[in-house]
Design a protein around this ligand. Structure first.
Ligand SMILES: C[S@@+](CC[C@H](N)C(=O)[O-])C[C@H]1O[C@@H](n2cnc3c(N)ncnc32)[C@H](O)[C@@H]1O
Length: 271
């Protein structure tokens, strides 16, 4: 792994080139600093038209895959929502009207907005994300939710403030083990004694995406030591869902009952 001198206040041109080359070659661990650098040097990194074209294609492809009009994706979203509501109910969190809820790595706030439909009050919802542009979009889409741009390794909330602290596919996008540990410990710090952490993330690696790393059961136990942990495998592998859902939702539902075909863990973690 290349060592990048992130701690320095002044960065030389040579060091900028090193960072840019490293990001271009896809070698660098995707941690908050990487994102900061990539944001800062985006124009430089993708300066030639070819790269811009590549970026655009990537965004378009992503839109197509993650769009609600993609039946496979819609199946995944519906099944996840169903499993989430079932598990909230199982742990006596079906009434969310007075619950304070934090989404760590909230992106543009989609998950929190769904929680309003589940009965939570917008003013009790909090979201934090490292990327300013995502937080701006989130604020625009729901100004009453408390969104903040920041690093979850130091959460700007008091101890035992939240009833629910959740993370949806954030830990797999962080490769630095120490950072994952710090975030997990912060999530527990801000959680009330009788609160729950909601975990949703994949446990398998994605061969097409070296910037993410699947998190298996034993790592979840290590991240949240001395906690009660309930885990359920959900989410029929997206490539399978996307292939089969256009023809048969029933077949997708049957296949999703086979744990080995499911890529994610939905978890409830208690202190
Ligand atoms: C794969 S996205 C998931 C976004 C959202 N949770 C969802 O399910 O749509 C991962 C998110 O985690 C955020 N993230 C990564 N590291 C973070 C950190 N250290 N602190 C806060 N947010 C972080 C990224 O900026 C990104 O928005």
């Amino acid at each position: 792994m290349k060592q990048i001198p992130f701690h320095k206040a002044h960065i030389t041109d040579e060091e900028i080139n090193l960072v840019v080359d490293t990001i271009k070659s896809g070698w660098l661990t995707m941690g908050p600093k990487t994102i900061e650098f990539e944001e800062k040097f985006r124009d430089y990194i993708y300066k030639d038209e070819n790269k811009k074209g590549y970026e655009k294609r990537r965004v378009e492809q992503k839109d197509k895959i993650y769009s609600y009009s993609n039946k496979g994706n819609l199946f995944i979203i519906h099944q996840r929502e169903k499993a989430l509501l079932e598990v909230l109910n199982k742990f006596n969190f079906s009434d969310l009207s007075d619950k304070k809820i934090l989404d760590v790595g909230c992106g543009t706030g989609g998950t929190l907005r769904r929680f309003i439909d589940y009965g939570a009050k917008p003013e009790n919802l909090y979201g934090i994300d490292l990327l300013g542009d995502r937080i701006e979009v989130a604020k625009e889409l729901h100004p009453k939710i408390n969104f903040v741009c920041g690093n979850a390794e130091k959460l700007p909330y008091p101890d035992e403030f939240f009833d629910i602290v959740m993370q949806f596919t954030v830990f797999t996008s962080i490769l630095d083990i120490q950072l994952k540990k710090k975030i997990a410990s912060e999530m527990l710090r801000v959680l009330k004694k009788d609160g729950i952490v909601v975990w949703y993330d994949f446990h398998m690696n994605n061969p097409k995406n070296p910037d993410v790393k699947g998190i298996k059961k034993n790592e979840i136990y290590q991240l949240f030591p001395n906690c009660e942990i309930f885990l359920k495998r959900i989410t029929l592998a997206p490539p399978i869902s996307r292939k089969i859902a256009p023809f048969s939702i029933t077949l997708c539902q049957i296949l999703e009952k086979i744990p080995i075909l499911c890529t994610h863990y939905l978890g409830i973690i208690q202190k």
